[in-house]
Ligand binder design. Structure first.
Ligand code: FE2
Length: 336
């Protein structure tokens, strides 16, 4: 497959893999995601993998920019601890999960559980933490326990979503681009595992001190209000919905509109008001339907295999989560 793989220092050690659509698709002549797998038994241990990564990290980062996402399949990385070492080989700075909406647990080092929202709840497409001003640039997901059914992490190229939406509803895209959006959320006091956005304010802001929460909100330009039962209502500053990606010069659908509109509902929150224009105007229902269909038609969704690692450029690619049957354990590392 792609000729540019020869730029890897130890390219004889890995090969690309092709999966049938819709597990992998071709966009602009490049497979999405790129899938790398060991050739024969070149990697005996996680340590072998780490030393190979260290030699090739710059080239792999280039491949990530070209393809948007890379699935590493069949490497001997058999635990959360080894996954942590795998990620550390790239020398990214860890990204603290402050301000995110999902309930998560720390496993080891910078390794968290992926969003632990209940299995029957679909997590719609989003760029990780697009609803706050600072977000991770690179994400890694590791499959510790593949689910017996469902639970894929569908991926989609953000620029493709932008292009498709521009074609289908230009007026909507132009309004979004011009006005930007705000996100509204009511957080509980303590984490509520029954909700996909059930992360309480104490763990969201990693403090029990209300004053500190207020300072952190102010730093992010988020306005807030304390509610009965010790809940916290937040409203973000106006955030861009469409961005021009600085490295590629391409426009991206860099927002959490569909995630908020479809997924930010629980006993405290009305999902249809979770994202609005800055003047409070709601998203148009028809446009949201079009957007859902666009995501569906462009997405890839590979089936998780034990020890799969997917590396995602968070500025270029949106991800989501399908419903599943337990058990499923996907771990995550976020990087600056
Ligand atoms: Fe996510």
């Amino acid at each position: 497959m792609p000729g540019h793989l020869t730029t890897l220092a130890d390219d004889s050690k890995v090969q690309t893999l092709t999966l049938p659509s819709p597990e992998q698709k071709i966009f602009n002549g490049l497979p999405f995601p790129l899938i790398l797998t060991p050739k024969e038994s070149n990697f005996k241990s996680a340590d072998d993998t780490v030393s190979w990564l260290k030699k090739n990290k710059d080239q792999i980062k280039c491949l990530l920019l070209e393809h948007g996402a890379i699935l590493f399949r069949g490497f001997p990385v058999h635990s959360a601890e080894k996954f942590d070492s795998f990620v550390k080989s790239f020398d990214y700075e860890a990204f603290p999960y402050v301000g995110g909406a999902a309930p998560r647990r720390v496993i080891i080092g910078n390794v968290f559980t992926a969003n632990e929202a209940p299995p029957d709840q679909l997590i719609p497409f989003h760029h990780e933490m697009a609803q706050v001003p600072t977000f991770p640039s690179t994400l890694f997901f590791y499959c510790d326990v593949p689910p017996p059914e469902g639970g894929q992490t569908p991926l989609v190229l953000s620029n493709e979503v932008y292009k498709a939406m521009l074609q289908k509803n230009k007026g909507f895209v132009e309004e979004l681009e011009e006005k930007g959006v705000v996100y509204n959320r009511v957080m509980p006091d303590e984490d509520d595992p029954a909700s996909p956005i059930g992360r309480g304010w104490r763990s969201t802001y990693q403090t029990t001190d209300r004053k500190e929460v207020e300072t952190k909100c102010a730093e992010q330009g988020t306005s807030f209000e304390w509610l009965p039962k010790n809940c916290l209502r937040t409203r973000t500053a106006t955030l861009p919905a469409i961005r021009t990606e600085s490295r590629t010069g391409k426009k991206t659908w860099f927002n959490s509109i569909i995630a908020a509109y479809l997924g930010w509902g629980d006993v405290r929150n009305d999902r249809k008001k979770a994202v609005t224009y800055p003047d409070g105007k709601l998203m148009h229902e028809g446009a949201m339907e079009t957007l859902e269909n666009v995501f569906e038609s462009l997405a890839i969704y590979f089936t998780w295999k034990k020890d799969d690692i997917v590396m995602i450029d968070n500025k270029l690619v949106l991800h989501s989560r399908r419903t599943f049957t337990r058990p499923r354990q996907i771990l995550a590392c976020l990087c600056k």
